[in-house]
Design a protein around this ligand. Structure first.
Ligand code: RUB
Length: 325
């Protein structure tokens, strides 16, 4: 898939539009959200008229605050905003000219976006080596990185059969199934509760991630932990495809990941079930014991190496609540 086809939103997206569309889930998926916020801030910087570093700084922090509050769980959103803010601080340390500062910051944003597309491609290549010709693969929800692994293996000439779960309540599995079918992959849609019954026909599970914690737990679409549990029971390996910006530095400082609780309407019209409480958590945590490997753009690692990834790539990171003050 070409880089520009991955996202499905315009390159010229504004901060207001990105915030609105991430909230409504028109733009969704952890990597896509990260690229949307960086593109939006980059476009705001290009269009903005700033007379001083102070003005630019205030505006970028204001945009970051609006974007940060759109969805709580995917750390890619926080890491993308942290990258922009910390790049701005670095540029301020060595530059006084506002025109130059703007240019350097736009370059930094473009670098993040390019690296993100490259990461998905590299993850596809590394992950594809784990897939053998004739394998049956099961995936949950809709992950660009997991799909990259599957499509790269197919392009290498391997025949694969893929099971895609519906992923209730928002049915992101339809997007996965459609994308795979459009690429001539043999794909079968199953309901979420058919995972255990289907697992006997599955050789490997591949999912994406919204957040990976310092202890190697993977936060992904609700139901991922059940998929992993069934795979564990059936001794089917579980592979997670995740760029390094899905690893959470905040978890090193003791913060817990907030699991997004979405509206009951997504599950059923509550009026149809008077007196019934409805819960709709959007994500869950899969413990590291149920994960065989995490495919990142810097290599395939065991979940126990999550700590090293965080220290290596986010050793300097400051918590978001400090950065957004
Ligand atoms: C999407 C989801 C995806 C991850 C990874 O949830 O759980 O598996 O975000 O996706 P939602 P990607 O639809 O609620 O955003 O690999 O594309 O970053």
């Amino acid at each position: 898939m070409a880089a520009e086809d991955i996202d499905g939103f315009e390159d010229s997206i504004t901060v207001e539009s990105a915030a609105e569309r991430i909230k409504s889930m028109d733009i969704r998926g952890a990597g896509r959200i990260a690229r949307a916020v960086v593109k939006a801030i980059r476009n705001g910087i290009i269009a903005g008229d700033f007379n001083s570093r102070g003005e630019l700084h205030k505006q970028v922090i204001e945009w970051a605050r609006v974007l940060y509050n759109t969805r709580p769980t995917a750390v890619s959103l926080a890491n993308a905003l942290r990258y922009v803010i910390m790049s701005m601080d670095d540029i301020f340390a060595s530059n006084d000219d506002i025109g130059e500062i703007k240019k350097c910051l736009v370059d930094k944003c473009n670098e993040f976006i390019e690296r993100s597309y490259m990461a998905i491609k590299t993850i596809g290549e590394y992950g594809a080596h784990r897939l053998r010709d004739g394998m049956s693969v099961l995936t949950h929800c809709n992950s660009t990185s997991a799909i990259s692994v599957i499509l790269t293996a197919i392009r290498m000439g391997k025949n694969l059969r893929v099971y895609a779960t519906e992923s209730r309540p928002r049915h992101q599995g339809y997007i996965t199934a459609r994308t795979l079918a459009e690429n001539n992959v043999d794909v079968t849609l199953i309901i979420d509760s058919a995972v255990r019954a289907t697992m006997r026909d599955v050789d490997i599970v591949i999912v994406g991630a919204d957040t990976i914690t310092a202890n190697g737990a993977v936060i992904n679409k609700i139901g991922t932990s059940q998929v992993a549990l069934c795979a564990h029971e059936a001794r089917v390996p579980v592979i997670v495809a995740a760029e390094t910006y899905k690893f959470s530095p905040e978890t090193l400082f003791g913060y817990l990941i907030e699991i997004e609780e979405r509206s009951a309407d997504e599950v059923i019209d509550p009026k149809k079930l008077p007196g019934v409480k409805i819960r709709n958590p959007a994500f869950d945590a899969t413990p590291p014991e149920y994960i065989d490997a995490i495919v990142t753009e810097v290599g395939i690692i065991p979940p126990s190496a999550a700590y090293d990834i965080i220290v290596t790539y986010y050793g300097r990171a400051r918590p978001m609540n400090e950065l957004l003050q």
